[in-house]
Design a protein around this ligand. Sequence first.
Ligand SMILES: Cc1cc2nc3c(=O)[nH]c(=O)nc-3n(C[C@H](O)[C@H](O)[C@H](O)COP(=O)(O)O)c2cc1C
Length: 190
Amino acid sequence: MKVLAFNGSPRRGGNTEVLLSAVIEGMEAAGSEVELVRLADLTISPCLNCGGCDKTGICVVKDDMIPLYEKMDSVQRIVFASPIYFYGVTAQAKAFIDRTQAAWSRKYILKKKGEWSERPDKIGFFVSVAATKGEKVFDGAVLTVRYFYDAVGFSYGGALLFKEIDGRGEMARNVEKIQEAKAFGRRIVS
Ligand SMILES: Cc1cc2nc3c(=O)[nH]c(=O)nc-3n(C[C@H](O)[C@H](O)[C@H](O)COP(=O)(O)O)c2cc1C
């Protein structure tokens, strides 16, 4: 099974990276082919709401986002990872998500059925960490990610969310959670 894994954290060796790596290890152990995309390494401009994609279904901004539309079309699973920043996803993750408005336009405005219809075999997941233990700390990000999956035609399969993970290295030190992440990876591709 082909999988795209997006890391929305800008922190190298950070908690999201460690968590996502464990999920990827689980998916690869189950025989999946995983491509990791580090959003902070790419140039992805924010959406301009220019209305271009309403007419064509294609984004007018030609940057590193362009190949990602096709990549998303060619995989059966997406794992989207971001730490919580101000009760949402990071700016890098949000810029990427906003640019999937082009896919939303194809689906809801251009209604190119067949090519852009729902594909129940395509499932997306969310992986996140947050410093605090607030009851609603993941709520905003989960809503954003669920709506992103709706736009790109994936059904939402669920999330792996860890609270009270903050300093660099905290995730890596948590052996139980790392095992949980590997098991999550194996489960979502089987
Ligand atoms: C700009 C910024 C905003 C943050 N906002 C929140 C927040 O709203 N709630 C929370 O629990 N943690 C918040 N955090 C903490 C991060 O979610 C936490 O440090 C996380 O482990 C970072 O993951 P990373 O190492 O992958 O970057 C914030 C951190 C930064 C840098």
